[in-house]
Design a protein around this ligand. Structure first.
Ligand SMILES: Nc1ncnc2c1ncn2[C@@H]1O[C@H](COP(=O)(O)OP(=O)(O)O)[C@@H](O)[C@H]1O
Ligand SMILES: [Mg+2]
Length: 381
């Protein structure tokens, strides 16, 4: 056992159930990260830490915005863990030797370095509670995979496919899932001949949604209603990604969400709905207090609920997801039509996020949900 193992923190939150037999491994909570969803990830990590039963061995590893791994004391402070919770007075910092000043090649190195000091066993589980690029997109999952560690959630393939809206939609199309009409634009095509690159987009009509292929939390997404706005939005999206997706904008649709939990035979939650006051479910409505209302269960007929859940399961299978995912759908009530919008392989995981709340509605408490995810990770390994 290496010295670094002493840095495990024994959580001493309110006593709930003792750790279940067979789940005695340690939990490494990877959180923060370099994406714009850094803070969301930290909020999710705090919720997980607060849910753990007494005696849980948990090590939070906060990845700073620059990709370096924070020293343990800073990690604990950021996550609101009391100092006295540290299990040992020994050397406790999994800090990177020198904080990375840029991302290039350093993120994987620092995470791998930090993990390799922990001497992790097959019972230990890493929870990559990271959202967006360099966290939810298969890159960190690749590091965990080559290190042969058990980890929560989807593997490299599903994470990457779920993150890339263009590839995700191609895969969904191959699975016959109903979706909005869309076109892809690559930076190369656009730079060569903008007019030609946009020719196929014009077939979609107006209004349109323009999105960078790989982001999240509605970042970089614009709704446009004419040619001039389209050009500006595509230009801006191309500064965020080499590939851009343009979709027909649905008008007057409702937004439903389904939580999926499991590996090969996943369970489906009740259906939830999000409502907001803004033009679309943008960053502000997602993360500001009172920005959106979550309705659980969604006020829809049992028939619509059944279809939504069936589509969610199919979307999960289409990308070969594992552990958890949240599938988001558009519901056109007038037409009775359901369309799959996207799958999120690491959905928001704070105690008040849609994913855990959907499971709570199904009778699975937040602590039980965490325990199940760890068991699923071990099972998959
Ligand atoms: N084609 C569309 N028609 C209508 N609204 C859309 C469309 N695409 C996206 N939106 C709105 O934008 C939000 C964010 O888009 P989404 O593709 O889910 O991106 P993200 O992965 O960032 O959440 C959606 O929840 C919805 O409110
Ligand atoms: Mg979304």
């Amino acid at each position: 056992m290496c010295m670094m193992c002493n840095m495990l923190i024994m959580s001493n939150h309110a006593v709930r159930n003792p750790p279940a037999p067979g789940s005695a491994g340690r939990l490494v909570l990877l959180c923060g990260g370099v994406s714009e969803e850094h803070e969301v990830s930290l909020a999710s990590a705090r919720s997980v830490l607060n849910s753990l039963p007494l005696g849980s061995a948990v090590l939070p590893l906060v990845i700073a915005r620059d990709g370096s791994v924070l020293e343990e004391r800073s990690s604990r402070e950021l996550l609101g863990l009391a100092r006295q919770q540290a299990a040992s007075t020994g050397p406790t910092a999994p800090a990177s030797a020198s904080p990375a000043s840029s991302l290039d090649g350093k993120l994987a190195l620092t995470i791998a370095d930090a993990l390799s000091t922990l001497d992790l066993s097959p019972d230990d589980v890493v929870f990559p509670l990271l959202h967006g690029p360099y966290g939810e997109d298969g890159s960190v999952q690749g590091v965990l995979r080559v290190m042969r560690l058990a980890y929560v959630g989807s593997g490299v393939l599903a994470s990457a496919v779920g993150m890339d809206k263009l590839t995700m939609k191609s895969v969904f199309a191959a699975y016959g899932l109903p979706q909005v009409s869309y076109r892809g634009i690559t930076e190369g095509d656009y730079r060569r001949d903008p007019s030609e690159a946009l020719a196929s987009v014009r077939e979609l009509g107006w209004p349109l949604f323009v999105k960078p292929a790989n982001l999240g939390s509605s970042l970089g997404i614009e709704r446009v209603a004419d040619e001039a706005a389209l050009l500006g939005a595509v230009e801006r999206a191309l500064t965020l990604d080499r590939r851009v997706i343009v979709e027909s904008a649905l008008v007057g649709v409702r937004e439903l969400e389904v939580a999926v939990l499991g590996n090969d035979e996943p369970a489906l939650s009740p259906v939830g709905e999000v409502r907001y006051g803004s033009t679309f479910y943008d960053y502000h409505s997602k993360y500001s207090e009172g920005g959106a209302e979550l309705l659980i269960p969604a006020p829809v007929s049992p028939e619509v609920e059944g279809r939504a859940r069936a589509l969610a399961r199919r979307a999960f299978e289409a990308i070969d997801a594992a552990g958890l995912a949240r599938v988001d759908l558009f519901y056109d009530e007038a037409k009775g039509e359901l369309l799959v919008n996207e799958i999120n392989t690491m959905p928001g995981f704070t105690a008040t996020s849609m994913y855990p709340r959907l499971w709570e509605a199904a009778g699975v408490s937040y602590p039980d949900l965490v325990e199940r995810l760890l068991a699923l990770a071990r099972q998959r390994r």
